[in-house]
Write a protein that binds this ligand. Sequence first.
Ligand SMILES: [Zn+2]
Ligand SMILES: [Zn+2]
Length: 196
Amino acid sequence: MNTRSLFVLDTREVGRAPGARRDYRREIPAPAHLGLDMIGVPEGSPLDLTVRLESVTEGVLATGSVTGELSGECGRCLIRFTDELEVEFVELFAYRDSATEQTTDPDEVSRLQGDRLDLEPVVRDVTVLSLPLTPLCQPDCGGLCSECGERIDDLPDGHSHTKIDPRWAALTERFDTEAARTQGQPAGSSPTESQE
Ligand SMILES: [Zn+2]
Ligand SMILES: [Zn+2]
């Protein structure tokens, strides 16, 4: 099936009497490249489009919403994650030869093509505008450890790569243990006086 045509509505079904309206609901397989490089709607996944068309003096006003699924790659830790798309739009499609058509650019106000209007560019615009340039798997994603490259959120708290010369490691360990025993302090802090 031609997916594109599912975004196209025939305004003859609405009529031209100002105030005339009609509601539509369609499930549309997502077209290719709906989104940004790092996050977008997977091609072919279902988009749920709800739209009301209303006849106004200058054209047809389309008010609607789109929901669907998002697949993204976290900009910090690089894992893939999913999210929900939920966007709304209000778009005027101007009648041919209307004052609106003659005083605006097609970039500013959409046009009816004959009796039809195409919602795909509108859905594309609101979808892309809603997406973050740096998508995150969760708002406080810790990113990757700069030493080992593992996800910080998958590592135990206090993960670090503090390097100790192996020749000192055994000494430091013993010192820490003794210090903890004699002073009642927790082991782990490396004594500065043992280094030269
Ligand atoms: Zn992340
Ligand atoms: Zn690490």
